[in-house]
Design a protein around this ligand. Structure first.
Ligand code: NAD
Length: 253
């Protein structure tokens, strides 16, 4: 298989880092996107197997920066074959009650921050990436969440942003199929990353592990493997799917 040009958002750590490694290990050239982690992104670029990887930067909540970043990645990689919309924000765990624990201003700020990145950032990156894929086809893979199906009582904006991302993926799967662009989504449950570190160390973390028939949460590499396959040439028929990656955690009554 020839080397493809792959842009992974939020690739300096966590799931994004594992996704970047999976593509590089498969022989692809990766644009490692970060917002404020230049050192981590640069270190990853140096560590990844293969040549031709680049580091790109943008705040995904800034639509102009997103466009510049996607064009920068495509320019330096020689086009774009794959976009992985991985970057996301959960927002502060406090206040504990999202409605009665916060002021109206805090509530609005949280919705703005979470939607701007998780949904609008991914939508804008998808539009920009599709311009580069129009003639050559491509793959877009979104990293959603279990919260998209079940809501997120502690953070309704997060659940809504990920439900929106699911619908975005399904809509684009249909709209972009005539151009040979397949779009799919993964929806993980808990994964061991900086986003969940504190939560998993708390007593609620024990409950999360207890709910899993494997007695653990996911490793980033397990999510990355699914993303890598969904972006493969063999996976065009998976376009429009939302892969629920939960290790059977929610099947026990
Ligand atoms: P993480 O916090 O380690 O990584 C998130 C990345 O997104 C970071 O690199 C961060 O800098 C980047 N990011 C956030 N806001 C940004 C912005 N405005 N502009 C640019 N970059 C921004 O967490 P992770 O667990 O690796 O998360 C990766 C994705 O997986 C996220 O979309 C998250 O919602 C999703 N997810 C995580 C879990 C989990 O349990 N960890 C579960 C389901 C889904």
């Amino acid at each position: 298989m020839t080397s493809r040009a792959v842009l992974v958002t939020g690739a300096s750590r966590g799931i994004g880092r594992a996704v970047a490694a999976a593509f590089a290990t498969g022989g692809d050239r990766v644009a490692i996107h970060h917002r404020d982690s230049a050192d981590l992104a640069e270190a990853l670029r140096a560590d990844l197997p293969g040549d031709g990887h680049v580091v790109v930067r943008a705040d995904l909540a800034d639509p102009d920066a997103v466009r510049e970043m996607v064009d920068d990645a495509a320019g330096r990689l020689g086009g774009l074959d794959v976009l992985v919309n991985n970057a996301g924000v959960f927002g502060p765990a406090d206040p504990p009650h999202p409605v009665f624990g916060s002021s109206y201003e805090q509530w609005r700020q949280r919705w703005r921050e979470v939607l701007d990145t998780n949904l609008f950032g991914a939508a804008n990156a998808s539009w920009c990436a599709a311009q580069h894929m129009r003639e050559r086809g491509g793959r877009i893979v979104n990293v959603s969440s279990r919260g998209a199906f079940r809501g997120e009582p502690a953070n309704p904006a997060y659940g809504a942003s990920k439900a929106g991302l699911n619908a975005l993926g399904q809509s684009l799967a249909v709209a972009l199929a005539p151009y040979g662009i397949a779009v799919a989504t993964v929806a993980p449950g808990f994964v061991e990353t900086d986003m969940t570190n504190e939560h998993l160390k708390s007593p609620r973390g024990e409950a999360v592990r207890a709910q899993s028939p494997f007695g653990r949460v996911a490793r980033p590499e397990e999510i990355a493997a699914a993303v890598h396959w969904l972006a493969s040439p063999q996976a065009q028929w998976a376009s429009g799917t939302i892969v629920d990656l939960n290790g059977a955690s929610y099947l026990r009554s």
